[in-house]
Design a protein around this ligand. Structure first.
Ligand SMILES: Cc1cc2nc3c(=O)[nH]c(=O)nc-3n(C[C@H](O)[C@H](O)[C@H](O)COP(=O)(O)OP(=O)(O)OC[C@H]3O[C@@H](n4cnc5c(N)ncnc54)[C@H](O)[C@@H]3O)c2cc1C
Length: 510
């Protein structure tokens, strides 16, 4: 008889978990014990981990919740502490575990190097049940050598429509002890969450959030774009999906079983497909987190690093209130709606002319829902490092007028501007002197003047990208390696890429 371990990574749940279901069915044959385990790797607690303490706390809550789920089944979660690869090897070599089961998941950087090694071991079996295609046939630079997009939408739809794997009815007790506890880890790494309004982690909390959202799903279409309305009006499921406390399919199922057929439901479903689409991109080319996908844009603005502009952006002191409110919201709460993420990313690259990766890493470090597969690919798409996306330079003042007309978002995060009348908030530097005096706000002292000239910088960005457009298109011509690496969907671009749209697309467009 043997012992089968389930190595949890971004699948912190017991239902719709194919690796766990496979381990449970092994109990009918070769196995007599199952070891659910998670490795707490110090690498993710240091600088390279790019994870703020609030995200670490969210992860810890997911792990505590996962342990409770296992306890209800008669088992428990083993926490191992150390370098992931070495710690897993040790548990196999000690004879405590004979076989390692793991759900496939697109990763990059260190996570990928570790997973590549562990998945190569004879004792490891990887299970894929997430709607994605995992292709072994690759070029030396990691790009898939085949077209993963042919028939992709149908296969992904089949995943969503398929029956989720059920949670085992019970499990035998777990024979492998933990090395550590969540409490000890929080002490050791001095995890001190500084953000406010961060949701609680775990499957239970994720399902509760989904229940609340479903009650108001008809309001979703009107809540997506305005940042103040989005804070309560979108699903807010992203961190649960990122850590796998819920699977995309579980959310899809509940939407279909419990929500009325309405525009809100359609829109959320299309976004779940977006989630899968971006994960397919990382599965097709793990380099997305490191280098621009189109070589023509590689290193763009790298030598123009301006620490003052960079700092102004990070701290929300650019003098553009919509950008500053969004950056402060990101740092204070770890969440932004799609439109504000797109605004601050494009502002960083097109307007401030800073190298995209510094900004993308900063956002990744602060997001509670940080997902390498979405964050870096979105940055590159929004900033057209692909060569196929439109150069959409959002005007922060126009965004404020259209999506924050009563100034609720700006006033919440840039309180020093709160006394100004609504109409001055998009461009406070244009407020007449006497109004500044009446309101007791001195622009230039209480709040900075714009750090750059928006119109001039936007025009220059458009000129620069237009000069590079032919070379960029040539590099990404259909069938080329760069084209495969970009993992482009078959969507109909014209319907979606206008600034007035939500910036998202529909299911039929894949
Ligand atoms: C520059 C940039 C960086 C981003 N980084 C991340 C990230 O690290 N993690 C992350 O989960 N999302 C990221 N997004 C996508 C999107 O902004 C968030 O998924 C969304 O705001 C999360 O809030 P929600 O769960 O309430 O979304 P909802 O509007 O309720 O959508 C439901 C779910 O659909 C998926 N989804 C929605 N929009 C997108 C999208 N554009 N691309 C892919 N999936 C989507 C998410 O899983 C989301 O939870 C990024 C977008 C941009 C422009």
């Amino acid at each position: 008889m043997s012992t089968v371990a389930v190595w949890h990574r971004a699948d912190l749940r017991t239902a719709d978990n194919a690796a766990l279901a496979a381990a449970a069915s092994a109990l009918d044959g070769e196995a007599d014990a199952v070891v659910p385990l998670f490795v707490v790797d110090p690498h993710y607690y240091g600088e390279d981990g790019l994870a703020c303490d609030s995200r670490l706390r969210f992860l810890h809550e997911c792990l505590l919740d996962l342990d409770r789920q296992y306890e209800a089944l008669g088992s428990s979660l083993t926490l191992l502490r150390g370098d992931t690869q070495r710690r897993l090897r040790r548990v196999l070599d000690s004879g405590g575990v004979d076989r390692l089961l793991v759900n496939r998941h697109p990763t990059s950087r260190r996570g990928k190097a570790v997973a590549d090694e562990v998945l190569n071991w004879a004792a490891t079996d990887a299970v894929a049940d997430d709607g994605l295609r995992y292709v072994e046939n690759r070029h030396r630079d990691g790009t898939v050598a085949v077209d993963t997009r042919e028939g992709w939408r149908e296969e992904c739809e089949a995943y969503f429509e398929g029956e989720p794997t059920s949670r085992p009815a019970s499990l035998p007790s777990n024979p492998v002890d933990s090395d550590t506890t969540i409490e000890a880890i929080e002490d050791e790494f001095d995890v001190t969450p500084a953000k406010h309004d961060v949701p609680e982690g775990g499957t239970l909390a994720g399902n509760a959030r989904l229940s609340t959202f479903l009650e108001g799903i008809r309001d979703y279409p009107g809540s997506v774009a305005p940042p103040a309305a989005a804070a309560d009006g979108t699903t807010r499921l992203s961190p649960y999906l990122a850590f796998g406390a819920l699977s995309p399919r579980q959310v899809y199922r509940r939407l279909h079983e419990e929500a009325p057929a309405c525009r809100g439901r359609e829109m959320v479903v299309s976004r779940l497909f977006w989630n899968r689409h971006y994960h397919q991109k990382l599965a097709d080319w793990p380099g997305w987190t490191q280098r621009s996908v189109n070589p023509v844009f590689r290193g763009l603005f790298l030598d123009q690093h301006d620490p003052d502009l960079d700092r102004a952006w990070r701290t929300g002191q650019t003098g553009f209130p919509m950008v500053d409110a969004a950056m402060r919201a990101l740092v204070e709460t770890g969440w932004l709606n799609f439109r504000m993420r797109a605004l601050v990313a494009t502002f960083y690259v097109y307007v401030l002319k800073q190298w995209w990766k510094r900004g993308a890493d900063f956002m990744y470090a602060h997001l509670i829902d940080a997902d390498a597969a979405i964050n870096y690919t979105q940055w590159q798409s929004q900033c057209n490092l692909t060569g196929v996306h439109p150069v959409r330079v959002y005007d922060p003042a126009k965004q404020a007028r259209e999506y924050d007309p009563d100034g609720a978002f700006i006033r919440e995060y840039v309180p020093e501007l709160a006394p100004l009348p609504d109409e001055q908030l998009p461009r406070p530097e244009k407020t007449p002197e006497h109004i500044q005096q009446e309101c007791g706000v001195d622009i230039g002292t209480d709040y900075p003047r714009p750090v750059v000239d928006y119109e001039q910088e936007a025009a220059e960005a458009r000129r620069l990208y237009s000069d590079l457009a032919d070379r960029a298109r040539e590099a990404i011509r259909e069938g080329s390696r760069v084209w495969r690496r970009a993992s482009l969907s078959r969507r109909r671009r014209s319907q979606t890429d206008t600034e007035s749209s939500t910036g998202q697309t529909q299911l039929d467009d894949f």
